[in-house]
Design a protein around this ligand. Structure first.
Ligand code: THU
Length: 135
């Protein structure tokens, strides 16, 4: 990925973060996934009064990607207050849509612009997998 692509992803994640629905935690998260088709797909966290129904920003973004006909991701940027790494459920969700987790870049960014990059394979090694039946 180029620095310009990284900047675009972080900017998209920062923009969508402002739409987060987080009245309970007051912790807004924005995510922007770069699909294998070169498009950027965004998502934010969507909370619910029945707390367990809350959906993370990362999984919302993956849902946007799949709904738009793309099934592979190459990178994701996530913007939070302090630059948090994604939760376990979201890591497993990324793994579902990664061809090679050693090459999928996870960029975390804080509100103040500090960034960190990780490989998906380092964040979730030995992922649960079975063979795809279709797709
Ligand atoms: N959240 C995310 O959007 N992504 C994560 O990886 C972890 C947590 C959201 C869920 C909830 O709305 C808020 O952050 C606080 O946990």
């Amino acid at each position: 990925m180029t620095d310009q692509q990284r900047d675009s992803l972080v900017q998209a994640a920062g923009r969508v973060r402002t739409n987060a629905y987080a009245p309970y935690s007051v912790y807004k998260v924005g995510a922007a996934v770069l699909g294998s088709d070169g498009e950027i797909y965004v998502g934010c966290n969507v909370e619910n009064v029945s707390f367990g129904l809350t959906v993370c920003a990362e999984r919302t973004a993956i849902g946007t990607m799949v709904a738009n006909g793309c099934k592979r991701m190459v990178a994701v940027a996530i913007v939070t207050d302090e630059g948090a790494t994604p939760c376990g459920m979201c890591r497993q969700t990324f793994a579902e849509f990664a061809d090679d987790a050693t090459k999928v870049e996870i960029i975390t960014a804080s509100e103040t612009g500090e960034r960190q990059s990780y490989w998906l394979s380092d964040l979730i090694p030995a992922t649960f997998r079975t063979e795809l039946k279709v797709d």
